[in-house]
Design a binder for this molecule. Sequence first.
Ligand SMILES: Nc1ncnc2c1ncn2[C@@H]1O[C@H](COP(=O)(O)OP(=O)(O)O)[C@@H](O)[C@H]1O
Ligand SMILES: [Mg+2]
Length: 251
Amino acid sequence: MSVLELSKITRVYRKGETEVRALDGIDLCIEAGEFLAIVGPSGSGKTTMLNILGCLDSPTTGSIVYDGTDLGKLDEAGLSAYRRDRISFVFQSFNLIPVLTVRENVELPLVIEARARRGKKGAEGGRGDAEIKALALKMIEAVGLSDKADRYPRELSGGQEQRVAIARALVKTPLVVLADEPTANLDSKTAGEILDLMKDINAKMGTTFIFSTHDRLVMERARRIVTLHDGRVATDSSGAGATGAGPAGRA
Ligand SMILES: Nc1ncnc2c1ncn2[C@@H]1O[C@H](COP(=O)(O)OP(=O)(O)O)[C@@H](O)[C@H]1O
Ligand SMILES: [Mg+2]
């Protein structure tokens, strides 16, 4: 079952008289459990594509169907609820909340979700505090940071911060994790470790990862590589034998 179907996606930015076709007719089908790298030169449309996949931006034309839901049929509130419940992000600059501990940062998506549910009339109550804490600690353990649960982001290395961000992305069991150049601020050894961690989680939990990069390390580990050029898909390795869903092979 495909988790994501993009058809004829365009995104046109207008600046006065000039028009930039950042995405120029993207057709792409992504299966559940893929570990997909989007690569291409600067300006080829990677960030625009991830923003659209993450419902942070809407296409100018074309349709996105997520797990059977046509995003074009959702209103603004429906779109933000969809983003909150099903989509997670890992950022280049980690974006942890400095005044919260590691555990509190990882709990945050669940706290927000529980609050949103409680606010809805007639909806069943969200998770309680004890359950949220247990889920967060389990994810913190999965990224190898159990001994840092009560530390603050400033007490961590960049690699550790990105591990926390990955735990935070996964704690709500999202449909997809989107990451725009997640290793850009890390040295190459740490970047390799972060990618191995993501790949390990992808294999164990079956979470779909879609990330952009121009980092060789990512390209070596991705099972499917889609290359963008001037807002179009220039190459897609899935036609050349990549498998889509299934356990990830070791790089
Ligand atoms: N907010 C914007 N307004 C105008 N043009 C933009 C905007 N964002 C991106 N672009 C243009 O769209 C194209 C694709 O950009 P982007 O998606 O950021 O590429 P990449 O992430 O691959 O470097 C580029 O030509 C860029 O200048
Ligand atoms: Mg970019």
